[in-house]
Design a protein around this ligand. Structure first.
Ligand code: HEC
Length: 161
């Protein structure tokens, strides 16, 4: 019995070490400041701080890859989340979203936090400081409303063409 357990342990260790050979891509593509959300949508510093603290690790090219993103199988899950998050909402490439699309993305940002879907619960478990307070959510949603109004009335928005 002891022998079987020993060999099972060694077997599991080999599998675990083998898994480490499969490294996901943990890239942070270069950021062109002029294309970011903050360059294109006026954002007060307190709202910017909330977004950088709670959303940026997944929805930007400035991910702070945590230590567990280097250990399989967690590494695969984290990399898949970041990849998917950047596809759905990329704050480093905000210029991708024009007019109605930009408005919809802003609305979704407020909606996702109101519904408690973002930041992802598994992320909050490892990053409790990213949890949003009611005051944070109010600030974010008020900002969304103002930014949305500016986008809908391009005449009063001097930065639009
Ligand atoms: C741990 C990674 C992670 C963090 C942190 C995170 N998100 Fe996400 N987000 C995702 C993933 C993955 C998706 C795509 C899958 C989904 O919708 O669940 C997503 C999707 C979204 C979408 C698009 C929904 C859609 O239907 O296209 C919005 C908007 C969004 N997140 C907003 C936010 C906001 C705002 C924050 C910060 C308060 C945030 N997210 C923080 C991972 C994250």
């Amino acid at each position: 019995m002891k022998k079987i357990l020993k060999w099972m342990g060694i077997g599991l260790l080999i599998v675990f070490l083998g898994m480490q050979a499969v490294q996901p891509e943990r890239s942070n593509p270069p950021v062109d400041e002029s294309r970011t959300l903050f360059a294109l949508v006026e954002t007060p510093p307190e709202v910017r701080a909330i977004i950088e603290r709670s959303c940026y690790d997944c929805h930007s090219h400035q991910t702070r890859w945590p230590w567990y993103s280097y250990i399989a199988p967690a590494s695969w899950l984290v990399a898949a989340d970041v990849k998917e998050a950047r596809e759905h909402l990329n704050l480093s490439e905000w210029d991708r979203y024009k007019e109605l699309r930009a408005i919809a993305k802003l609305d979704q940002m407020c909606q996702e936090v109101l519904d408690d879907r973002m930041p992802l619960p598994a992320y909050l478990w490892m990053h409790p400081s990213a949890k949003l307070s009611q005051a944070d959510i109010d600030l974010l949603c008020d900002w969304v409303e103002k930014a949305r109004d500016n986008l809908m009335e391009p005449d009063t928005n001097t930065t639009s063409q």
